[in-house]
Design a protein around this ligand. Structure first.
Ligand code: TMP
Length: 208
């Protein structure tokens, strides 16, 4: 039986890293064999593309180039990691996926959704996450939590208005796909967020 594909999304400072660890251990305790991976990245070629995308010195990257690089990294990741794992019956837990493209390149950069949808169809051939956990937090609170890194990457250098558009686009995706999306209020304490995650996962596992 094909494994399940779960993605975790959110703006900066939503607590993705600690919550991914929690989700990973939670699903393992439920007996699932898991592959933990991330986007952009997850293969050596895709990690090289990630480095190009995040390098703050690459400020000449156009919006279209950024979008195409995201999907180039994704095509390789799907071929090398995601599809083979799902076919072997493993579950894939991915730190960001195409919803991030709708949020950052669509909402943030203003690229039309139809363009993103064309690439999505081409690269994914209908493969979509079974469950997307959106860790939602007000942008200002997220940025304060994330704090300032000594060398912010190309995305972290964006202005607050950019992240407001990213958050709004994530919430729009959640409204468009209520069957696969679960929105978690990530402004709560870490304990409360993890309690919510455990409830959502338990309910989702029972329903499947
Ligand atoms: P990370 O910091 O969560 O690892 O993600 C790296 C950055 O890449 C983050 O700022 C969001 C951005 N990103 C996009 O802009 N589009 C995408 O499709 C993905 C997967 C990530």
């Amino acid at each position: 039986m094909r494994g399940c594909f779960i993605t975790v999304e959110g703006v900066e400072g939503a607590g993705k890293s600690s919550n991914l660890d929690f989700i990973h251990h939670y699903l393992e305790r439920c007996g699932k064999r898991l592959v933990l991976t991330r986007e952009p990245g997850g293969t050596s070629l895709s990690e090289a593309i990630r480095a190009l995308l995040l390098d703050h010195r690459n400020n000449e990257i156009t919006d279209d180039t950024e979008l195409l690089l995201m999907f180039a990294a994704r095509a390789q990741h799907l071929a090398e990691v995601i599809r083979p794992a799902l076919e072997q019956g493993k579950w894939v837990l991915c730190d960001r996926f195409t919803d991030a493209t709708y949020a950052y390149q669509g909402g943030g950069r203003g690229i039309a959704k139809e363009r993103i949808a064309t690439l999505e169809q081409w690269v994914q051939q209908g493969l979509k996450p079974d469950l997307t956990l959106l860790l939602d937090i007000p942008v200002q609170q997220g940025l304060e939590r994330a704090g300032l890194r000594s060398t912010p990457d190309r995305f972290e250098r964006e202005q607050i208005a950019f992240f407001e558009r990213v958050r709004a686009a994530y919430l729009e995706q959640a409204r468009r796909y209520p069957e696969r999306y679960r929105v978690i209020d990530a402004s709560q304490s870490l304990d409360r967020v993890q309690q919510s995650l455990a409830e959502v996962l338990t309910e989702w596992l029972v329903q499947r």
